[in-house]
Design a binder for this molecule. Sequence first.
Ligand code: FAD
Length: 310
Amino acid sequence: PFDVLVVGGGPAGATAAIYAARKGIRTGVVSERFGGQVLDTMGIENFASVPYTEGPKFAAELENHVRQYEVDIMNTQNAAKLTAAEVEGGLVEVELASGARLLSRSVILSTGARWRAMNVPGENEYRNKGVTYCPHCDGPLFKGKRVAVIGGGNSGVEAAIDLAGIVEHVTLVEFDSQLRADDVLQRKLRSLPNVDILLSTLSTEVLGDGTKVTGLAYTDRTDDSAHTVDLDGVFVQIGLLPNTEWLEGTVELSPRGEIVVDEHGRTSVPGVFAAGDCTTAPYKQIIVAAGSGATAALGAFDHLIRTSTP
Ligand code: FAD
């Protein structure tokens, strides 16, 4: 069996594996796609000490770094079921979709998350060519330009407020007849001179010239009329879905499906830790995920030295 089995090979899981392996304990990483969301990222400019890199390069370097150590890397494998240890300090089982069963004295869940998409024409075609899901990452690319933010919940309204300070103009698009964000955010948003709010509005298509975004088509749901607005960027903020469906019923999840963790990365199941975008920890960023991976690995190590295999 492993001492530490990491499920997920994104920035959180890779960092956890490095920290665990450096303790000289038996470490494994199971992941569907090593690198995680970073593989879908173009430029990365906010990882301290790396002024600029690209997602696939960053992902390859993550894997290289893990391979410096004796870590059993099991790529293109999907975890399908987690079973808690029967007794304190016992072995936790992770069953893969292939049917294989892995046993470990501790497990670190770092399965990340995926952005909910609008699923309209043009969205995929112009992904990273104006369509983006991360205001903290890509906001500065639209300095002095016009953008839309899709979604009037807390993340959409926060993004619109954030972007209004960088870009020339923000159009916030909400499907419902009212915004769902906290009042204090709504008041702040409405006080900004360069923001328009479109309520009862359905985005129907991302428009482009073949190489980049040029506008957004939408329907006014109050009278079914069709409109377009010219802009350079579309920030989609309609939800981040944690990859935790397979954990329902075993590990405590928040109402949003995020794994509930404490400040040591512990979950509700003894010996099972979690890190990164799949957890309740706020701010879904590479550097934050990596930091929480280190925390979870050290938390797991702490668990190992305090328990002995029964
Ligand atoms: P992820 O990166 O999501 O990795 C999850 C891992 O788990 C993957 O290996 C996946 O294959 C695996 N996995 C999932 N389910 C299973 C399963 N059941 N079994 C086995 N393996 C599984 N952040 C920044 O800081 N700067 C940026 O510039 C930036 N740009 C971004 C651009 C885009 C387009 C996107 C989508 C995100 C961007 N982010 C950026 C956010 C950043 O990528 C995430 O915060 C970070 O990758 C989270 O790391 P993670 O390890 O928690 O999860």
